[in-house]
Design a protein around this ligand. Structure first.
Ligand code: MN
Length: 570
């Protein structure tokens, strides 16, 4: 039943091969089985969620691989099925898409305003393929629709993340309809008071306007018909609460100033008809000066095309009209997804063959499109040179334990990360944990890594860092710190190197360095050669007094997880 509905939706725009249908069938059954017995917080069966997610991607006319991946998007994270199994059953590309969505699921936005843009970039960087973003957006849409079922604290976080990260991403992908829907779903959770106010004050006006427009509609239909224009559709578009609220803030909450509370939308066949219809409307009613917007000859940065005008309509009431073709309308609703469907239809044969469609080749066209659409994306900074999904391939985005995103060049190390937080954190850095594991300071970070920097007060940077740091900023700061403290470039037999075998538990490195610091011993370097059963830490200290060394060892041995300590004077 459900499966048939999904397959029907998938085949709506064009006929599909048996191979594609079978792929969706298999993914459907696999996912249904995997989620069997699982319930969502709302009480409904869990499978409903991946199903709705997949259905949305089918409505966007995405390919069978994407729909299959959408069906499977939660089986790794929520059921614990190995990605390997997905790869064996469904092939490399679906495994790649599922893995991408799983990774995005681990990102959390914690409301640091300046971080939103970095996090948006990070979503794209981690996705590598726009289809991953699209599945994630479909997933988020369904989660927002069922947000009422989860605890209030979490509601707020998810709603904020939706409004700050996913809705703007959807908008930039040209998916205005989705962006608006996400915003509207988040709005009551973010601004409950304002939402209630709007409900109380707007509802009547919406109805009043709709009734009014019902009277306008036949007049305009007749006028168009007289000029030989047969519109595909005339409907009303009520302004969304979230965007109405934003607009009201700009107009001192004066509802009378909002002319597009409910707009009349006319869909015609050609661009010529768009302009002709505009002329006809202006013959009927005088336009408000300064309110005619030609987004056809000058599309919005996200690709939106349409003609807008506000006229003094019946009884002299200002009313907004929006005029566009069906193609423009579909693009405004579905943006990049509409583009994707269009490109797919174009190349049918090769595109829809059984062989997986790898993003790179296919991407070119719509990436080009995207690039044109997303000028505002570039305008916001120097970092964006192109908008291929791999356009972040030279950047990595790593996160502090508090959720702050640090934007770094590819190949950057924990030391670069530390300097990215603050020069003092860089200077005092003695070690790092990445995703809860101790790593050497020259470790190469990956996008999405959670990086915890361990510091020791009054520690100075090491000359050797200059060999591996990637950012110019870190280099500069290291050099200047070294210049200020020539003492530190000491050579010779002043130092002791401890080799400590430890169990890898959270906080152990911190505990060890804290004990050393409390003994007023300066740490020169911490390194982690990962051999043997337990990690071996090597810690080099400014120390060559046997008594002090032995005292320190006694203290260190008391730390939980410390197995064995050796040392040598170097
Ligand atoms: Mn999900």
């Amino acid at each position: 039943m459900l499966l048939n509905e999904l397959l029907t939706e998938f085949q709506k725009s064009s006929s599909k091969s048996e191979v594609e249908l079978d792929l969706i069938r298999r993914a459907f059954i696999f996912s249904q089985k995997a989620h069997q017995g699982q319930k969502r917080k709302s009480g409904e069966s869990y499978f409903n969620h991946p199903y709705e997610t997949a259905f949305k991607t089918a409505q966007w006319r995405l390919d069978s691989l994407t729909i299959a991946a959408a069906l499977l998007h939660d089986v790794v994270e929520d059921v614990g099925i190995d990605l390997e199994e997905i790869r064996k059953e469904f092939g490399e590309e679906i495994a790649f898409l599922v893995d991408g969505v799983t990774k995005l699921g681990r990102l959390k936005y914690r409301g640091i305003e300046t971080q939103a843009e970095n996090l948006r970039k990070m979503v794209l960087a981690l996705s590598k393929d726009l289809r991953v973003v699209l599945i994630k957006l479909a997933d988020r849409l369904h989660n927002m629709k069922t947000l009422f079922a989860i605890p209030p604290q979490k509601q707020k976080r998810v709603a904020l993340e939706t409004s700050e990260i996913y809705a703007p991403l959807a908008y930039r992908l040209g998916m205005q309809e989705l962006a608006g829907e996400l915003e509207d779903l988040a709005f009551p959770y973010l601004h409950p008071g304002e939402y209630r106010w709007l409900l109380q004050n707007i509802k009547e006006r919406y109805e009043e306007r709709q009734n009014y427009l019902e009277k306008v509609k036949p007049i305009i239909e007749k006028a168009l018909e007289e000029q030989g224009i047969e519109p595909i559709k005339i409907d009303f578009r009520a302004k969304r609460y979230s965007s109405l609220y934003k607009k009201l803030l700009r107009y001192d909450m004066n509802l009378e100033q909002i002319y597009d509370l409910v707009a009349l939308r006319i869909i015609v066949k050609t661009i010529e008809e768009c302009y002709a219809a505009l002329g006809i409307i202006h013959q009927l009613w005088p336009p408000l000066p300064g309110r005619i917007k030609d987004y056809i000859s000058l599309p919005k940065p996200n690709g939106y095309r349409s003609l807008h005008t506000t006229v003094f309509c019946l009884d002299n009431k200002p009313i907004e009209f929006q005029i566009r073709t069906l193609e423009m309308h579909e693009q405004a609703e579905n943006g990049i997804a509409a583009q994707w469907a269009y490109e797919q239809k174009k190349g049918t044969k090769e595109y829809l063959e059984e062989k997986p469609i790898f993003a790179n080749k296919k991407e070119l066209l719509w990436v080009q499109q995207l690039r044109n659409w997303q000028k505002d994306f570039f305008d916001s900074g120097e970092f964006l040179q192109s908008l291929k999904i791999d356009f972040f391939k030279d950047r990595i985005f790593a996160i502090t334990p508090k959720g702050e995103v640090i934007d770094l060049p590819a190949g950057a190390t924990p030391v670069d990360f530390a300097y990215g937080i603050h020069s003092e954190v860089g200077n005092q850095c003695i070690g790092a944990r990445v995703n809860s594991r101790i790593v050497p300071l020259d470790y190469q970070l990956q996008s999405g890594d959670i990086v915890e920097i361990l510091i020791q007060k009054s520690k100075k940077p090491s000359q050797s860092w200059l060999k591996f740091v990637k950012t110019g900023y870190a280099k500069k700061k290291i050099k200047s710190a070294l210049r200020q403290s020539p003492m530190l470039v000491r050579k010779g037999n002043f130092q002791t190197e401890f080799k400590i075998t430890v169990a890898d538990r959270i906080g152990i490195l911190k505990d060890i360095t804290a004990v050393i610091s409390r003994s007023h011993i300066n740490i020169i370097k911490v390194s982690v050669p990962e051999t043997g059963h337990f990690p071996n830490l090597r810690i080099r200290c400014d120390l060559n007094d046997k008594k002090k060394i032995e005292k320190l060892i006694l203290k260190l041995k008391k730390i939980k997880g410390v197995k064995e300590i050796n040392y040598k004077i170097v």
